[in-house]
Ligand binder design. Structure first.
Ligand code: ADP
Ligand code: MG
Length: 255
């Protein structure tokens, strides 16, 4: 029987008067590879942050492997949409990846063990950035920086990996590499990622969610025309990106 990695019931998140998420019910099974799409401001980043406990929820419940919010930190790796990191800080790729071993703990005098160093080395190799290990982060391209953030998240050895638009500001070849990496990683853990990259959504994910304050769709990555017709904002976003057919599968008639 499959396990529930993340279970969200009747979730509401508000920022002041503004409702970012309304009555979300979403179950993510262990081993799923879930792509989340939706218009800007649709609450995609907020949903990931809610899973991580980074925003207050005003109603509902989120459990991770059956346990409530607070117990789950080490199990979820996170690649944020906007890394709150000073890119000119004199720190190397290896040192950044190693901070993944802190697993969210604020531990100023934490001494890394030999095992921590080995884990950081191993994930750097797995991600294919060994040649960058000693490089300062100020000298990385957008794609290299993003791969480093994925390596840092993997250094936590999470059961679930959340990524917020991991290919948004990278060049085409890095985008392909990152997509291939996610494919490979998806064989070993549950992945949930927000994306604008519809090629990545249509050809890689196992399931798709469409979010516009409410969860408009959750299911197979092939949206049928009927489903699309019942959605409004999401297909607008899809069509605006010019490759609706990849996601829509069978598509009769012009649109
Ligand atoms: P998306 O990632 O889909 O673009 P977000 O989750 O970032 O959407 O935002 C959802 C809504 O919540 C938007 O209306 C946004 O303006 C608002 N919002 C997001 N973060 C904050 C915040 N820290 N304070 C107030 N409003 C926020
Ligand atoms: Mg966002």
């Amino acid at each position: 029987m499959s396990k529930k990695a993340i279970d969200i019931k009747n979730l509401n998140v508000r920022y002041g008067q503004n409702t970012a998420l309304s009555d979300i019910n979403l179950t993510v099974e262990e081993g799923d590879f879930l792509g989340i799409i939706g218009p800007n401001g649709g609450g995609k980043s907020t949903l990931l942050k809610a899973m991580l406990g980074l925003v207050n929820i005003s109603g509902g419940e989120i459990t991770v492997y059956g346990k409530p919010r607070n117990a789950r930190k080490a199990k979820i790796g996170y690649v944020p949409q906007f890394a709150m990191m000073d890119k000119h800080f004199p720190i190397t790729v290896f040192e950044v990846v190693l901070t993944g071993r802190l697993c969210g703990k604020l531990a100023p005098f934490y001494g890394y063990s030999k095992a921590d160093l080995k884990i950081a080395d191993d994930v750097i190799e797995r991600i294919g950035i060994s040649h960058l290990s000693k490089r300062r982060i100020s000298q990385l391209s957008g794609g290299e920086f993003q791969k480093m953030l994925i390596a840092r998240a993997l250094a936590q050895q999470p059961k679930v990996l959340l990524l917020d638009e991991p290919t948004a500001s990278v060049d085409t070849s890095s985008r392909r590499q990152i997509s291939a990496l996610l494919d490979e990683i998806s064989n070993t853990m549950t992945i949930i990622f927000v994306t604008h990259d519809l090629l990545a959504v249509s050809s890689h994910v196992k399931s798709l969610a469409c979010l516009n304050t409410t969860l408009v769709y959750h299911g197979e990555p092939q949206l049928t025309e009927q489903v699309v017709d019942s959605l409004y904002d999401c297909p607008v976003d899809l069509i605006a990106h010019g490759v609706p057919h990849r996601v829509l599968g069978e598509h009769k008639g012009g649109r």
